[in-house]
Design a protein around this ligand. Structure first.
Ligand code: FAD
Ligand code: AMP
Length: 482
């Protein structure tokens, strides 16, 4: 039967495409269905991450950071710039070029590895059958030995603030503005709100972030969150905590449209008028049209596909990976799950270590962490030691005129095993990889202390923070000395 596969994957985001590529590498006849279309209406691979998420946001974060440095920091290092300007259309064009290169790259990887790419939608039927509908509406039924569901997630919306094209937008819309909005509102000061708010703030928008919680970034280490809140405030991000948005109405016409945003805080009701409003209140699993009633796959109470630690659903030989299942909504977490499932189907025995997932917020300075925060350890009643080291005492950071932030390491008091590493500073996203490796190998803080780091590098701050756990940092006066 021609439509029979060892594996059918639904979704070609990082979770689905990694699963499909690995499965094909392992010799399995693999097909991957994805229904995403780009702006021109052509099928595109790579899911949210490549098309509307990680990659385009980083292209704009990097471009806007370069502008911010040229506008505000070049002068400090003796470089004069005259006639500096922002060409938003060109910036967007470059971002779109990066996306096009990477999404086409997934197509080449599918071809090179023998993954059959099926543009259109997939729906899981009973007994591992998948209904495949092309964009032209042609329906076929595929039979598979194993099915991997990787349909990802979509932005959450809130009832009081319906989206209005080009004015009240979600994260995808915020990556498409045609000019710098003079005043920008962002609902939600989480990871996505902070990244998108930073892009437009650097390019000249007055940015107000309205965040319902009283605490800033509760998932991050609270010492680091406090420092970051101050730093972002100095950059011009007006972050208003404890504010609940109650409504938004669009006024004016054409390019002159504005939004009145109503919100409440402890002092009462307020209205904020902005030119654009981004709704960045989180994402939800996307399961619309995915499951036939008799598919055998169940959802959990929050609407995620229910899976165990091995990403097995309640239906035999049907797996689910990525944003659509429990755990942090991160591309690398989904990709590791996809690879694990493909390898387990091939008879290998890998597992995903959910204790060791790096988290990054690509502001400047960046925030990155892995493992437990100090507040987690306090809540669990665990005895721990802390070592911190400021970027301000790191030679490379000072030489680069980029010395805000710190590295903080928490280790089990009795064994010195590293339990968490938290970095706020330039290149935190790169430094955290070293911490992940150390934690995967169950290193102690002393193990990192005994390791030699190249000088001068930002990574020396990780070395010194590890030494500081034992009171032995060299370039800092230690509070405890051993
Ligand atoms: P997705 O990437 O959402 O892919 C799912 C795919 O499945 C989509 O292409 C969809 O069209 C397709 N699909 C769904 N249902 C069907 C169906 N029934 N039939 C056929 N196809 C279907 N994560 C990070 O790790 N780092 C970052 O820096 C980062 N930045 C982000 C920035 C923004 C602005 C956003 C929005 C997200 C960001 N993320 C980041 C999150 C990251 O994009 C997601 O965690 C990741 O894309 C999830 O991968 P996935 O494969 O599970 O799902
Ligand atoms: P994240 O989950 O990191 O994308 O962050 C989303 C943020 O949006 C969280 O910090 C939420 O507290 C916040 N949020 C959710 N709903 C609202 C709302 N109605 N008004 C303001 N902030 C909100």
């Amino acid at each position: 039967m021609p439509n029979e596969y060892d594996i059918v994957v639904i979704g070609a985001g990082p979770a689905g495409y990694a699963a499909a590529i690995r499965a094909a590498q392992l010799g399995m006849r693999t097909a991957c269905i994805d229904k995403a279309l780009d702006r021109e209406g052509n099928p595109t691979l790579g899911g949210t991450c490549l098309n509307w998420g990680c990659i385009p946001s980083k292209a704009l974060l990097d471009a806007s950071h370069k502008y911010m440095e040229a506008a505000h920091q070049f002068d400090e290092v003796g470089i004069g710039v005259e006639g500096l300007s922002v060409d938003v259309a060109k910036m967007m064009q470059r971002k779109d070029g990066v996306v096009a290169k990477l999404t086409a790259g997934i197509g080449m990887l599918f071809d090179g590895n023998g993954v059959v790419s099926l543009p259109g939608s997939g729906r899981l039927l009973a007994h591992k059958h998948v209904e495949y509908t092309t964009h032209e509406g042609e329906v076929t039924e595929l039979a598979a030995e194993h099915v991997i569901l990787a349909p990802g997630s979509v932005p959450m919306e809130i009832d009081p603030v319906p989206l209005v094209p080009d004015v009240v937008v979600d994260s995808a819309g915020a990556l498409e503005f045609e000019e710098v909005p003079p005043r920008l509102g962002v609902i939600g000061a989480g990871v996505i709100g902070l990244e998108l708010g930073s892009v437009w703030c650097r390019l000249g928008s007055e940015v107000v972030l309205l965040e319902a919680l009283d605490e800033f970034l509760p998932i991050a280490d609270q010492r680091i969150a406090r420092d970051a809140l101050r730093a972002f405030g100095r950059q011009g991000l007006d972050i208003r905590l404890g504010t609940r948005v109650t409504g938004a109405s669009v006024k004016g016409r054409g390019k002159k449209k504005q939004v009145d945003v109503g919100y409440q805080d402890k002092d009462g009701e307020h209205t904020l008028t902005v030119d654009k409003l981004i709704v960045a209140v989180g994402r939800r699993p996307y399961t619309e049209g995915l499951l036939a009633p008799d598919s055998g796959v169940n959802l959990d109470e929050r609407g995620f596909l229910y899976v165990n630690d091995l990403c097995e659903t309640d239906a035999p030989d049907v797996y689910a990976v990525g944003d659509v299942v429990r755990g942090p909504m991160l591309a690398h977490k989904g990709a590791e799950e996809g690879v694990m499932v493909a390898e387990r189907i091939a008879g290998h025995k890998p597992m995903v270590n959910y204790e060791c997932i790096p988290n990054v917020i690509y502001t400047h300075p960046e925030i990155a962490w892995v493992g437990k925060t100090e507040q987690d350890l306090k809540a669990d009643g665990e005895a721990y030691s802390v070592g911190t080291f400021p970027y301000a005492a790191n030679g490379r950071a000072l030489a680069a005129n980029d010395a805000e932030g710190m590295v903080k390491i928490v280790a089990e008091e009795e064994t010195d095993r590293i339990l968490g590493v938290h970095v706020f500073g330039p290149q935190a996203s790169e430094l955290i990889g070293q911490a992940v490796i150390a934690m995967e190998f169950e290193a102690s803080a002393e193990d990192i202390g005994l390791t030699m780091f190249a000088h001068p590098t930002l990574a020396e701050a990780v070395h010194e923070a590890a030494l500081a756990v034992g009171g032995r940092a060299i370039h800092m006066v230690n509070r405890k000395r051993r």
